[in-house]
Design a protein around this ligand. Structure first.
Ligand code: PGA
Length: 252
């Protein structure tokens, strides 16, 4: 049985003051059945880990380098994230694919490094609006999955987040039918490559404009195992109903 996951991606937002928001979220979600993962900027990780030491809320990074150490100015390794208190890392987010030209092969190398360091790799895939309008959505995501997931991936080592690029930060989302179609497609693709057991065990998140008002509907779609949430994860009062949506019914 896959446990639902409510993951927050703070992106490049948050200074020390945001740790109070994190503590408030941890307090409010103590009874949550869903797993709660927050990915703050790397600068906050170790302080967040100190604040949350007695909490169920887990922490993640937003990217890592594929190497363990070395001459890579400005980069952070998976081991460093782990050392700072992370148990997961988001990889291949469309903002990194766009801003830093990350390829599937790079995402895969990073995922291998993350898994070797003991982190869960939250691997993002998703089509552009142009892909969707050209009827290429399923093919694009199939090819991203093939290229980005390491051989030997398991339900413990990877989570897949389907994030249509055109839905991120825009307030637009695919229909529930479109989300269901994609998630069924992704699970079938995982089964084809890794076998049924892995496909059954691996959590498939939806991301892109998940809000308190649409989370219940999205998380109830078959094969959706939770969400990767940007803007609505920054404030505990917005993220709390999303964690509730991932936890129920009955809701805590
Ligand atoms: P959003 O971002 O919830 O603000 O649309 C989602 C994401 O980029 O992970």
């Amino acid at each position: 049985m896959r446990r639902k996951l409510a993951a927050g991606n703070w992106k490049m937002n948050g200074t020390a003051a945001a740790l109070d928001e994190l503590a408030a979220l941890a307090e409010a979600t103590r009874e949550a059945r869903a797993e709660v993962l927050i990915c703050p900027p790397a600068t906050l990780l170790s302080r967040a880990a100190d604040r949350l030491s007695a909490s169920h809320v887990t922490l993640g990074g937003q990217d890592c380098h594929a190497a363990t150490s070395g001459a890579h100015t400005g980069d952070v390794s998976a081991e460093m994230l782990r050392d700072a208190g992370a148990s997961a890392v988001i990889l291949g987010h469309s903002e990194r694919r766009a801003d830093h030209g990350e390829t599937d092969a790079e995402v895969r190398a990073k995922a291998e490094a993350a898994i070797a360091a003991g982190l869960t790799a939250v691997i993002c895939v998703g089509e552009t609006l142009e892909d969707r309008e050209n009827g290429k959505t399923l093919d694009v995501v199939r090819s991203q999955l093939d290229g980005s997931l390491p051989d030997g991936s398991t339900g413990d080592t990877v989570v897949v987040a389907y994030e249509p690029v055109w839905a991120i930060g825009t307030g637009r989302t695919p229909t529930l039918e479109q989300i269901g179609e994609m998630h069924t497609h992704m699970r079938a693709e995982l089964a084809r490559r890794f076998g049924d057991e892995m496909a059954d065990a691996t959590r498939l998140l939806y991301g892109g404009s998940v809000k308190p008002g649409n989370a219940v509907g999205i998380f109830d779609v078959e094969n959706v195992d939770g969400g990767l949430v940007g803007g609505a994860s920054l404030k505990a009062e917005d993220f709390l109903p999303i964690v509730r949506a991932a936890s129920g019914p009955p809701r805590f």
